[in-house]
Design a protein around this ligand. Structure first.
Ligand code: RIB
Ligand code: CA
Length: 308
């Protein structure tokens, strides 16, 4: 079993990523840390607890940061719905998270699974930055950190150049990029090009007929509407699920590139942009592996297996 720690701002795509991990036979989810992002923290905690219950999992869910390191929180409820899960009336309240903070749980998990822990981040990097600041030695204990974030084509989804997770807390991204952790980025470009679920595919998955299959599709209601009207995709995209699929099976990546990445902090038009030195013009040592093309077919197969 491979120990995974998942940090999430639990909304409709995060939930499907959790399903993929919680249902995978090779993965032991040793902890789920929740961070404010798509929705306010408490909503994200309830969404994670609901998803865990639906998967029949006992993986601990820990409460993390209620906002970015220094900024006020900007959510994506305009994309995922007020409850983050498509506003379809799910009973998303009244569940109790596990004791202890997400930051301390991540630090403990790194030390208890030294050299083996695979960290997958699905939201802003606030919790991870706080953990690295509290105990910089975890960098040497974490095997790899797969980040759903940034865009290798620099075409953003929340501003012209920034992807949402990086935009929410760019100062946290800066801390993580400088930490020395083994970083692998799966950007929103991979989502919109290789994890866009068209209506016939959505119907095919839902027709599997299991509670998880129906849940995984039905909670995408709000994001499907947003994609149709705003991002003008041919369906809804699943950024966190394809990042999770890659974390579990790296052959999901058809092409990758080692690059030097730098986060734009501050409040200008490029806030949250993660500049990627594709041609090596800075002559700076690469600090991340970036997936530059994903395999839609393999992703669909993994998603289908997870909900069947
Ligand atoms: O930009 C996409 C990312 O922002 C995904 O993680 C989605 O869940 C939102 O957090
Ligand atoms: Ca997310």
């Amino acid at each position: 079993m491979r120990p995974f720690f998942i940090d999430t701002d639990t909304a409709s795509d995060d939930a499907v990523a959790l399903v993929i991990a919680l249902r995978h036979p090779e993965v032991e989810v040793v902890g789920i840390g929740v961070v404010a992002g798509n929705v306010p923290l408490e909503m994200g905690v309830q969404n994670a607890l609901y998803t865990r219950e639906l998967c029949g999992s006992a993986a601990p869910v820990y409460v993390g940061a209620s906002g970015p390191l220094t900024r006020t929180l900007g959510t994506a409820q305009n994309v995922h719905g007020n409850d983050g899960m498509g506003d379809i009336g799910l009973p998303l309240s009244g569940r109790t998270p596990d004791p202890g903070s997400a930051v301390d749980a991540l630090i403990d998990a790194a030390h208890c699974n030294s050299g083996l822990l695979e960290l997958v981040t699905l939201g802003p990097l606030t919790n991870v930055a706080l953990a690295v600041q509290k105990d910089p030695t975890i960098v040497g204990h974490i095997k790899r950190c797969v980040v759903m974030g940034a865009v290798s084509d620099h075409i953003g989804n929340v501003t012209p150049v920034a992807e949402f997770n990086m935009w929410v807390d760019p100062e946290a991204v800066d801390v993580v990029l400088r930490s020395g952790m083994k970083l692998e980025f799966v950007g929103w470009d991979i989502s919109r090009f290789d994890a866009c679920i068209i209506p016939s595919e959505a119907a095919q998955i839902r027709a599997i007929g299991t509670p998880l299959a129906e849940f995984s599709i039905d909670i995408q209601r709000a994001v499907a509407e947003f994609c149709a009207t705003e991002t003008k995709l041919a369906g809804f995209d699943l950024p966190d699920p394809i990042a999770m699929a890659y974390a579990i099976d790296s052959s999901i990546a058809i092409t990758t590139r080692e690059m030097y990445l730098e986060a734009v902090t501050g409040d200008g038009p490029a806030r949250g942009m993660v500049v990627m030195d594709t041609l090596g013009v800075t002559h700076r040592e690469p600090n991340a592996l970036v997936v530059t093309k994903g395999d839609h077919g393999r992703f669909m197969a993994m998603l289908t297996d997870a909900v069947s």
